[in-house]
Design a protein around this ligand. Structure first.
Ligand code: PEP
Ligand code: MG
Length: 570
């Protein structure tokens, strides 16, 4: 999921002691606390169901053994004794849900331990695991701390969220491996962005390693090697040194122009999430930030960032990019990108990817949008900034945001804030099939397009990008996806607005000739991907790429498309 090789001692994320605070709740809080508990149980059921599905992909007895264990967990999770016991403690003892679960679990575990039967004694450990799962869900662990673990550790966890990844410091953490997660999810994107080697979706991982075991994570080949032999270790250390040499060689491309053999110039920009990534963007030779995912400012905190704080962060990025444009996207939470500060009062949506997310949330809760726009407009006074809207589906949404920009601008002017001479360009993500099909209408009211191939692939093929069970079906080379991309690019170019591609495809040199052939001359990607794409680009002939793209667009079979793409060398 994220290339590179990490070698180091394991730190099992879930083995740490959870510090569970105990407190009493008021009588009127009892019902809400019960609902919170039931939600945490439902979430645990979903988690177990997912791991169960994953376990079926294992070979031989491993699938069976893990399956039994997970079934046992599921049964315990659904047992009336546990559910009623906890709710009773909440209602009668007025305990917070976390403490009620811990106490009830301990009581049940002691019951098992007191039995004169080794089989039943073993159940005590299992019920404790189930209890901890519920407690972790209840606490939603907004601040997973990675600073106390040993340097160069490899994090092993059932799941690592995008917000967790944002807290990982690549200077301290060597890499990570998880049971759940798919390649196009934001955890994987974030890992690639930070240059952290990672393998996601390893079914029987948790049972195989303990804290301190030496582990190899080969993020390039998607392998996790437990208890490696000396010779295996030696060969992976060699591989690490090779990767370092390759990276050094590629860094020489930094100062060279992104130009094809026949003289077509391409703008190469960086996707970033955090201000600290500006350095990587500059070092990799990016000509601006093509996508700043501002939602990461909202993660790992309890409160919402205010206008001044957002402004300061944006200003830091704009100034850091020293005159190169920064494309700031408004909040795109929802789906798997959750922000505790925004999510806690909301019920769980059955279909979060189709729910109240991204621009829909911003337009519904105008204070979110207005605060972001104000911060962006103020930051635009310090350097070129463009505003980008996620998950747009209709012209009405863009018009509404334009009105909001005007209102916010007037308010800021009255307040005497320093503003840019011209209102920043307002662009839209093309990442919903409907938006791609309506691209000509959207182009008429937008200043630029940015094609988000990650979501576009997900929504076109109805494949959850973060869902490991259908990961193998996620195929951006499906003709339907390519036709939508082509349609949107052509509509944008006809309207003479800039069109860039900022999904993960943009950062994969495999697709560079295809985009070029379709007329795309702006690409935005993780800083670490830039040198390789530039290298490919400098060896390409644009005219030949156009012909190949035409041939590809005539195909109806994605296998044939892949073949045409992979044997193109022009
Ligand atoms: C996309 O969907 O392709 C995209 C670039 O946005 P994100 O990955 O943040 O959803
Ligand atoms: Mg998207």
């Amino acid at each position: 999921m994220s290339p590179g090789v990490a070698i180091g001692p394991v730190h099992v994320r879930d083995s740490g002691d959870l510090h569970v605070a105990e407190h009493h709740i008021a009588p009127e809080e009892v019902e809400a606390e019960k609902i919170r508990f039931r939600r945490a149980v439902k979430k645990a059921e979903r988690q177990l169901g997912k791991i169960r599905g994953k376990a079926q992909t294992l070979h031989g007895t491993a699938a069976e053994e893990l399956g039994y264990l997970l079934d046992a967990h599921m049964q315990m999770l659904r047992s009336r004794r546990l559910l009623e016991g906890v709710e009773q403690r909440i209602a009668e003892q007025r305990l917070n849900a976390e403490a009620a679960v811990m106490k009830e679990i301990e009581r049940i575990a002691e019951g098992f331990l007191a039995m004169d039967d080794t089989y039943l004694k073993a159940r005590a450990e299992e019920i404790r695991e189930v209890g901890l799962r519920i407690v972790r869900n209840l606490m939603a662990a907004p601040y997973p701390s990675f600073d106390r673990i040993d340097e160069n550790s490899i994090i092993v966890a059932e799941e690592v969220t995008p917000a967790d990844t944002a807290l990982m410091d690549p200077n301290r953490i060597a890499g990570f491996a998880t049971v759940l997660g798919g390649a196009e999810g934001h955890t994987a994107i974030m890992a690639r962005s930070l240059g952290l080697p990672a393998v996601l979706g390893v079914a029987d991982l948790m049972g195989q390693v303990r804290d301190g075991d030496i582990l190899i994570v080969d993020g390039t080949r998607g392998r996790v090697i437990v208890h490696p032999t000396e010779s295996r270790l030696a060969s992976y250390y060699r591989r690490q040194r090779e990767i370092e040499r390759e990276t050094r060689a590629l860094s020489r491309l930094r100062g060279l122009p992104a130009i094809t053999r026949d003289g077509v110039l391409v703008t190469m920009q960086a996707n970033i999430e955090l201000p600290r990534e500006v350095t990587q963007a500059i070092v990799s030779g990016a000509e601006g930030v093509g996508l700043l995912r501002t939602e990461f400012m909202f993660m790992n905190r309890e409160d919402l960032p205010g206008e001044d704080e957002q402004y300061e962060t944006l200003r830091e990025i704009v100034e850091g990019m020293a005159g190169q444009p920064v494309t700031a996207r408004t909040l795109d939470v929802g789906g798997e990108k959750l922000a505790w500060s925004l999510d806690r009062d909301r019920g769980e949506s059955l279909n979060p990817a189709l729910g109240l997310r991204a621009i829909r949330l911003s337009l519904k809760e105008r204070h979110l949008l207005d605060t972001q726009l104000a911060a962006m407009l103020r930051a635009a006074a310090h350097g070129p900034l463009r505003i980008l809207l996620p998950m747009v589906t209709s012209v009405g949404e863009i018009r509404e945001v334009r009105r909001a920009v005007q209102e916010v601008e007037q308010r800021l002017r009255r307040r005497g804030e320093r503003l840019p001479y011209e209102t920043p360009p307002l662009g839209v993500m093309i990442e919903v099939p409907g938006a791609a099909l309506a691209a000509d209408a959207l182009a008429a009211v937008s200043d630029f397009f940015s094609i988000g191939t990650n979501d576009l692939t997900m929504y076109t093929l109805a494949i959850d990008r973060a869902e490991e069970q259908v990961a193998h079906l996620y195929n951006p080379l499906h003709p339907a996806v390519l036709r939508l991309i082509q349609f949107a690019v052509e509509a944008g170019l006809r309207a003479r607005i800039p069109v860039s591609v900022c999904g993960e495809m943009a950062g994969d040199p495999r697709y560079t000739p295809l985009f070029l052939g379709l007329g795309v001359t702006e690409l935005s990607m993780a800083p670490a991907s830039l040198p390789r794409v530039k290298q490919r680009l400098r060896h390409l002939d644009c005219t030949a790429a156009v012909h190949r793209a035409m041939a590809i667009m005539d195909q109806s079979d994605s296998g044939r498309i892949a073949a045409l793409l992979d044997d193109f060398s022009g």
